[in-house]
Design a binder for this molecule. Sequence first.
Ligand SMILES: *Cc1c(COP(=O)(O)O)cnc(C)c1O
Length: 381
Amino acid sequence: MTGRRRIEIALPALGEEEWQALREPLLSGWVTQGPKVAAFERAFARRHAVKHALAASSCTTALHLILQALELGPGDEVIVPALTWVATANAVVYTGARPVLADVEPGTFNLDPEQVARRVTSRTRAVVAVHLFGLCADVDAIREAAPGAVLVEDAACAAGASYKGRWAGSLGRAAAFSFHPRKAITTGEGGMVTTDDDALAARVESLRNHGASISEEKRHAGPRPYLMADYDRLGFNYRMTDVQGAIGLVQLAKLDGLLEERRSWAGYYERELRDISWLATPRAAEGYGHAWQSYVLRVDAAAVPRPRDEVMEALQEQGIATRPGTHALHTLGFYRELLGHRAEDFPNARDGERLSISIPLHNRMSEADYARVVEALRDLG
Ligand SMILES: *Cc1c(COP(=O)(O)O)cnc(C)c1O
């Protein structure tokens, strides 16, 4: 619509403080992983009540580091939800292990523990529980469903989310967070591994830096900075830069305020949209602290006044961006080829992609923007 501001699906809450925070790394010349990343890691570990936080170049590489540190490889199976961002399964494939898909619950879009139990075999080594859209998966039930498997959290969307009084990132053996601009806090690209396991943390630290026996920062600060580190395992360059670390520190300090604002607007949507008969609003059950990375509605296929894609098109015409929730992995070309599933094999994941609509909810929207989104949905019938 002309004259009206476009409402984006997401916009990062970056500003003057982040701009100022760039001075130090840019002027000091230390721009690769260094003191800013270390400070960001310490603050992130404190905020999520974990012993170790290790920054990475993205959540995808953070997940890969965890799975590699668990020494997964060919012959191993890792259970992942059939409805998630493609990176969750890709990280498994990078290790040579096989991703085994399990269907999700229709109400939460998260892993269904019963479906996990059905997918367990003698080769199952790990389960990646995704906290989709900022809502924690039911990790206690998932752990019970696959007692012999290591529980890894894909907490990409879940910075600051909680489950039964514990923070996301502290619920499994290790977790991976994302700082992509679609998430609540951002460093452009970026990720974080959290864990309480000392040995796993040491392996992740080494693997992200080519398999080095000692980090660059420790070597530079140590007594013999002129000596090279030893490289005793095959590693990667998955480091975060100090430019990103400086931004991350500022963003992390804002996290709780940003989440509080998101919670309050999710409450507004709930009150304004719950009466629309063809829409189901997302809700967090007792004991779950939702981080509202995305606000994802589900349309009732039988009652929706026009097909989901036409609902999205109508909103687009009014300058309101929407997206499907996320992917049904088994329907993507690469995974169709690799795993050979049919769309109906995971009906809840299939419908989770086909019938979901993510509407704008972020920290750069005004009261009038939220009211416009509500009005546009109400006007559809
Ligand atoms: C965003 C996202 C990722 C990937 O994060 P990157 O930092 O972009 O690598 C992985 N899993 C889920 C569930 C996500 O939403």
